[in-house]
Design a binder for this molecule. Structure first.
Ligand SMILES: [Zn+2]
Ligand SMILES: [Zn+2]
Length: 367
């Protein structure tokens, strides 16, 4: 960043427009905030939703919410993290004060912490930030609690994914569903989140992990991440196939796409008393047609999760440690390393189902 506070960022001027690479102005961090130099940041489906204006977004808009960086400066009153520490950014940092936080249910926090809007376009417009972060930039300002320290020396590309896809997927298996050892699992949608659900289920000791997708390449990847069986939903009817494979249906089904049809399929793949977890972000207009009678007699369970019910301050260091120990394969989730200028092309590759994660790697300062 220049002395006058100029950074370089990928922003969207209007809903549906392509991303443009522009200089932006970054104010110094205020009380309780830190300035972060971004090292690497992943391109997530939620960025695509935001880019299309699906969140009632305030444009112009800074995309990106999955990143590893280094703390460059502290605002007033900040004692943690320290300048120079490597951090993974959290898009949901509980406030510690609202009625849910006070009751120890921080994953339901109604006032997650973010920095004040401190980023502007060169022509002076305040930038909206996806999920209260905005990481497709060389520098950003976040609430100090959004910057969670991890050990230095780990791959920034790999650890960036802990901030969204990996926390969400692994957390969904370990916390939202509490997958039991020896149980059976179905995962609908094998992108970076689905692969992380598969890895989380493997860590939980699931006996059978069935991956469902319509893209053959993704099903091959799913086997590498620990799926014991794969179902190509473009060729066979997945519910019947899952019942055939398991004899009964699964104890846990995860929907990682966010559309009614796959949610119906995931629910129908469950055995009696099974739990279906909705992870994919639905469109505002999406509705679920549901046979109440079938749901009743199956004694169904359906729940939705944000960020896999992870607590960033607890789980980001834990997931980084599991990566360091080799328990979590994160490097293989990074299927493309790109520059900031390639973000628009990365959205196109995502839409074509060619990648698990494209990750923007920022050049070293002075490079
Ligand atoms: Zn995301
Ligand atoms: Zn709260």
């Amino acid at each position: 960043m220049t002395a006058s506070g100029e950074a370089r960022a990928a922003i969207v001027r209007r809903a549906g427009d392509p991303v443009t690479i522009e200089p932006i102005l970054v104010e110094p961090p205020g009380p309780g905030e830190v300035l972060v130099r971004i090292l690497a940041t992943g391109v997530c489906h939620t960025d695509l939703h935001a880019k299309l204006g699906n969140f009632g977004t305030q444009f112009p808009y800074l995309l990106g919410h999955e990143a590893t960086g280094v703390v460059d400066a502290l605002g007033e009153g900040v004692t943690r993290p320290a300048v120079g520490e490597t951090v993974v950014l959290a898009w949901r940092a509980p406030c510690g004060r609202c009625r849910f936080c006070a009751a120890g249910r921080e994953t339901f926090c109604v006032q997650p912490l973010t920095a004040k809007p401190r980023l502007r376009t060169a022509d002076g417009q305040t930038l909206g930030r996806v999920l209260g972060l905005g990481t497709f930039t060389t520098h950003t300002v976040v609430a100090a609690t959004q910057a969670v320290p991890i050990p230095a020396g780990l791959s920034p590309e790999a650890t960036s994914l802990i901030g969204c896809a990996v926390g969400t997927g692994v957390g969904a298996a370990l916390y939202a569903a509490e997958v039991a050892a020896g149980s059976s699992v179905a995962v609908y949608g094998c992108g970076a989140i689905g692969m992380s659900v598969i890895q989380g289920s493997r860590l939980a000791g699931a006996g059978r992990i069935v991956a469902v997708d319509r893209v053959a390449r993704k099903l091959e990847w799913a086997r590498d991440f620990g799926a014991t069986d794969v179902v190509d939903a473009s060729a066979v009817e997945p519910i019947a196939r899952i019942r055939e494979l398991t004899g009964t249906g699964v104890a846990y089904a995860f929907e990682c796409v966010g559309i009614p049809q796959t949610l119906q399929q995931a629910m129908a793949s469950c055995d009696s008393g099974g739990l279906c977890v909705l992870i994919g972000v639905p469109a505002p207009s999406a509705e679920l047609p549901l046979s109440l009678s079938r749901f009743f007699y199956a004694r169904g369970h359906l729940k939705a999760t944000f960020y896999g019910d992870c607590l960033p301050s607890r789980d980001i260091p834990l997931l980084a440690e599991r990566y360091r120990l080799g328990d979590l394969a994160l490097d293989r989730l990074v299927t493309a390393r790109i520059g900031l200028d390639d973000v628009e092309a990365a959205f196109a590759a995502m839409a074509r189902g060619e990648v698990l994660r494209s990750v923007v790697v920022m050049p070293a300062p002075g490079a």
